[in-house]
Design a protein around this ligand. Structure first.
Ligand SMILES: Nc1ncnc2c1ncn2[C@@H]1O[C@H](COP(=O)(O)OP(=O)(O)OP(=O)(O)O)[C@@H](O)[C@H]1O
Length: 332
């Protein structure tokens, strides 16, 4: 488990990380998602002990990364955005060097390196100089270095950046494979990547954590029941009349199609579900409804909403408040 508590990082006057507070539980793939410059690399560098924080604390399985770096680092493997590869070493030489730095006992080193090489599929190039490898292979060597020692948690900063589509697929497959035995945290500014690979998302914007939940819950929280879409065989004036007195409707937009079918988008008032009332209004007038459904919010909408606005949307403030209250209640 990793606990990040009230983390702050200032570069001069610039607040790159702004009071981050979150917990990473074992056994999941976490996505650290945010636009460029949001503070992802800075946070990961602090979590892994590469960079000091201005304020706050990071505990890796109970060990403070600054006060007990050796013990804490045993529990994590890190692939930074720029992997620390030595271009004039062969893959095997480099992994031996990394294994030694990690303090893997000499007796176990060779077997472990072979195991990891097989796992990330670099065994066929183990005697090649790193400088002669493709970017995809280099990234896999970087990944091998992070996996050596089989730490509980593997942290990957933008692991697919600069790779071609085939290499991206390979790295994502590897990450899924790793996640069977390790907790994985990866950062990305690509929403599709995080959605595809991760089962829990932390959205960071301007150094602040603006949301954290499963992709499904994030979509639900902002979008639940906000819009209802229907199609009906009626003209707009008739629809307006039918829906005029239905409670819970904030506004509606009606588009008449050429085929006698109108499409209606209804925006519901907060915490309302108007579907049943709408159905009854149409049924009592004997006007057929062809479809009636809530239109979901996509993760794209959530991401845009959260990272483009200065303030945190109300749904998330409420969720955060609820979590705080729950935590405080637990302390008593
Ligand atoms: N060494 C530094 N000195 C000054 N400012 C820095 C330094 N490193 C990062 N920053 C600034 O801090 C902010 C956060 O940067 P960071 O690299 O952590 O973001 P990021 O989310 O990882 O973005 P990217 O995906 O572009 O790497 C940015 O505004 C960046 O310009």
């Amino acid at each position: 488990m990793i606990e990040v508590r009230n983390l702050v990082k200032k570069y001069g006057n610039h607040l790159a990380v702004d009071h981050l507070d979150f917990t990473i539980e074992a056994g999941r793939i976490y996505g650290f998602l945010g636009p460029n410059g949001a503070g992802k690399s800075t946070t990961m560098n602090i979590m892994t002990g590469y960079l000091g924080a201005t304020e706050g604390q990071v505990l890796i399985d109970g060990h403070d990364i600054l006060k007990e770096p050796e013990e804490a680092k045993k529990h994590i493997g890190y692939l930074p955005e720029q992997p620390p590869l030595y271009m004039d070493m062969t893959v095997r030489e480099y992994l031996r060097f990394a294994a030694e730095l990690k303090g893997i006992p000499k007796k176990k080193r060779e077997d472990e390196i072979t195991e990891v090489e097989k796992m990330v599929r670099v065994r066929d190039v183990e005697n090649r100089l790193i400088k002669n490898l493709s970017k995809g292979y280099r990234q896999r060597v970087g990944l091998a270095q992070a996996v050596l020692g089989f730490p509980e948690t593997i942290i990957l900063d933008e692991p697919t950046v600069g790779l071609d589509p085939k290499q991206i697929i390979e790295i994502r497959e590897l990450i899924r494979k790793l996640a069977k035995k390790h907790t994985v945290i990866l950062s990305s500014h690509i929403l599709a990547e995080v959605r595809e690979v991760c089962d829990y998302i932390l959205i960071i914007s301007r150094g602040k954590l603006v949301a954290s939940d499963t992709p499904e819950n994030l979509e639900k929280m902002l979008g639940e029941n906000s819009t209802v879409e229907l199609e009906t065989r009626a003209v707009p004036s008739e629809i307006r009349l039918l829906l005029k007195n239905v409670p819970g409707i904030e506004m509606m937009e009606i588009k008449a199609g050429g085929n006698g079918i109108s499409n209606v988008m209804i925006r519901q008032k907060k915490d309302e579900d108007v579907r049943e009332r709408v159905f009854r209004a149409f049924a009592s007038a004997d006007v057929p409804l062809l479809t009636l459904k809530t239109a979901g919010t996509s993760l794209e909408d959530v991401f845009m909403e959260l990272t483009q606005k200065e303030t945190v949307p109300e749904a998330f403030r409420k969720q955060k408040k609820w979590e705080e209250d729950k935590n405080n209640a637990g302390d008593i």
